[in-house]
Design a protein around this ligand. Sequence first.
Ligand code: AQP
Length: 334
Amino acid sequence: MQRVLSGIQPSGIPTLGNYLGAIRNWVPMQDDHECLFCVVDLHAITAVFQEPEVLRRQTREMAAALIACGIDPDRCTLFVQSHVHAHHRLAWIFNNVVRMGWLNRMTQFKDKAGKDRENVSAGLFIYPALMAADILVYKATKVPVGDDQKQHLELTNDIAQKFNHDYGVDYFPQVEALIQGVAARVMSLRDGTKKMSKSDPSDQSRINLTDDADTIANKIKRAKTDPEPLPEHVSGLEGRPEARNLVGILAAITGTTPEGVLREHGGQGFGSFKGVLTDALVSHLEPIQKRMQHLLTDPNALDLLLRKGADRASSIADPIADEVERMVGFLPRR
Ligand code: AQP
């Protein structure tokens, strides 16, 4: 069985983008893959300062959200990244394999650092080496992610290849990015050229998985559009990023395609289309929200599940980190 790894930062409530681009695609993989899913708290402190209490709360909330979306701790390994120390160990080695020039090309760093490059953390810059460690410390070969992570996975393969070359081994496998579905990149509701993000300063830019019906209705109503009615065909979405985004969201949430959505709604104005989209979102998210609320009523049970997951993950990752440290020449502790 192929081993799958993916992670999500507890940097806020998961958005519809995280859900459609990643989490939802993880669920069916549990049937025929050995899956490891982690809440990547080490990554969450790279971009902005996280209040410790808030980070702890958001880590539990993210775990609850994943389970509520269908991630089943009995059928996969669900854990918190910082609980498995092998991630840190391999990341340090990879910091010394990755080249500054490679990291300089990462568009996510450029986007997140913006004009303030001198002031962002070194952690944000070396984030992709930690991500490579997250995957390779399990020798996972498949990584389901949203489209925004494609470049980081290419870098993971560069790191694996250079490590194998430098140490004359054939140890780390190449990994495959699985970028799935019509909503591999969900865009901001305020700007169809920018991806929807948990950390966007504007809450209006995103649907949070915990938004209630009124909030969803309000955000969709205020979502940016253009004055034209919806086209009859997908080709008519060219140059209309906001329309394309809303059509893509409805297609993803109702399990159809943008063509299917336009067959039904082509020619309509955004007023009525937004009503349909709101209803679809509310009815899809409601059961997830209920399950999540229920899980959060018992944080001890949640912590115990995460503890079991971390133990299982460590049992795979620790021997791999030990072996890599031996290859690198670290004297084993006796
Ligand atoms: N807008 C999106 N559309 C599709 N997929 C997305 N993902 C994120 N945003 C979108 C996918 O969600 C998974 C988890 O992402 P993450 O939390 O590890 O980091 P991120 O990509 O940086 O997500 P955010 O929401 O933008 O978080 P912040 O604001 O904290 O940086 C990944 O598979 C990602 O591709």
